[in-house]
Design a protein around this ligand. Structure first.
Ligand code: PMP
Length: 402
């Protein structure tokens, strides 16, 4: 135990509410519908082994690299973005250690204590955690079953004193974490126009956009910003290979204007000098080998199957006790308990019955809706999902009657 006082924000730091569930995971036989982990059965180990062997055959992977990222990977990521409808060159992006780091870099360069950041709520918990550590003033923006409610946000911004206007707005518009929603094209355009009107930047976090179960693929906010505002695009784009290749690579990236990237590079220099050149070289070799599109296609098919198993299981087992919108992509179902059940009791009963989910409170910066929960269908297989739902149904019965 040290006698040196910790910095204010680390005296009693709140850890990740999801990582705090980890001890339950090690209980024998536990079925987890909790974490946002991709399915290990989808990892292309053969392709990654080949990529790793090629990466290690040259010297570059074992040496320090440029903070901006390895040129070969920046090139491959620019091409990947092209396939997503985003026009960019390798110089328009930097490689980050997961997209999580990209968000943290943006907070470092833009946010002084007390600056306002608008966040769709419910939100990805690690984004809330990063904002708290940055001492940002968090402005919650409501969401509905289509994602961010842009009209409600516009009304809120209109009422807000100029000094409290946000500098940044954080959103996951495509198959969000936790709600699984897909923001419609009209709202995307309205949001970009709102950013231009009120002078804030949109941080578009897009780790799930390619994991689509239907052909409905609205253009990314970044592409909308390019179309509407060209050089004055108010959207910064973050993405990651974590959900489509493997999170163990820790490869993310950010597209932003040169003045933003330059400052992020300086901030990154003090964090990790550069993202692991070994991981970057493997990722570059992997993308270069052309195996990525087939991997994404496999993931979409498998996750759709698992999502359908979870949705139909919930409907059959819990019926009108639970309400949710069936997602069109991604990894999550966001559900609301439709009858009065104590949230703590339900969670305890679920753990007792051997199934884990994330209580919804984790996704709110304030005033949590305790009747909500996030269920992930990505990691367990269909059999495990069926058994998980059976256990959840039992937990529900126990919690409602005890
Ligand atoms: N953003 C969102 C919305 C996520 O769900 C996650 C991972 N759960 C991340 C960012 C972090 O991804 P990475 O592994 O690239 O840091």
């Amino acid at each position: 135990m040290t006698h040196i006082p910790f910095a204010t924000n680390f005296v009693e730091p709140a850890g990740s509410p999801i990582r705090e569930l980890f001890p339950y995971l090690s209980r024998p036989g536990m079925i987890s519908l909790a974490g946002g982990y991709p399915s290990p059965s989808l990892f292309d180990t053969e392709g990654l082994q080949e990529a790793a062997a090629r990466a290690l055959s040259g010297p570059g992977a074992l040496q320090y690299g440029a903070t901006e990222g390895l040129p070969a990977l920046r090139e491959a990521l620019a091409l990947l973005c092209g396939a997503r409808g985003i026009t960019c060159s390798p110089a328009d992006l930097i490689v980050t250690t997961g997209s999580q780091q990209a968000f943290d870099l943006l907070l470092r360069i833009f946010i002084a204590p007390g600056d306002t950041v608008c966040v769709e709520t419910p939100a990805y918990p690690a984004a809330i955690q990063a904002l708290r550590l940055a001492d940002a003033q968090i402005l919650s923006a409501p969401v509905d079953e289509q994602g961010l409610d842009v009209e409600a946000l516009a009304e809120r911004l209109q009422r807000l004193p100029v000094a409290q206007r946000p500098k940044l707005l954080y959103t996951v518009p495509s198959f969000s974490n936790p709600c699984g929603t897909l923001l419609p094209a009209a709202r995307r355009e309205a949001l970009v126009r709102l950013a231009l009107e009120y002078g804030f930047l949109i941080v578009e976090d897009d780790p799930y956009g390619e994991l689509a179960f239907t052909d409905e693929r609205p253009a990314s906010l970044y592409a909308v910003g390019q179309r509407i505002a060209a050089e004055a695009n108010p959207v910064l784009y973050l993405s990651s290979l974590s959900k489509t290749v493997a999170p163990g690579l820790r490869i993310g990236w950010m597209i932003a204007p040169a003045d933003v990237l330059r400052r992020c590079v300086v901030a990154k220099q003090t964090m990790d000098l550069c993202t692991s050149p070994l991981a970057q070289q493997i990722a570059a070799e992997y993308l270069g080998a052309g195996r990525y599109p087939a991997g994404v296609e496999r993931a979409c098919a498998e996750y759709k199957k698992r999502m359908l198993a979870l949705s139909s299981g919930l409907r059959a087992g819990l019926g009108s006790n639970i309400a949710f919108v069936q997602p069109q992509g991604g990894m999550f179902i966001w559900a609301r308990v439709a009858v009065p059940v104590d949230a703590k009791r339900l969670f305890e009963a679920a753990v007792q019955c051997g199934v884990l989910y994330v209580p919804g409170a984790a996704f709110y910066p304030e005033n949590p809706d305790l009747g909500t929960l996030r269920l992930s269908y990505a990691a367990p297989d269909v059999e495990q999902i069926r058994e998980g739902v059976a256990r959840l149904t039992k937990a529900f019965d126990q919690a409602s009657t005890s």
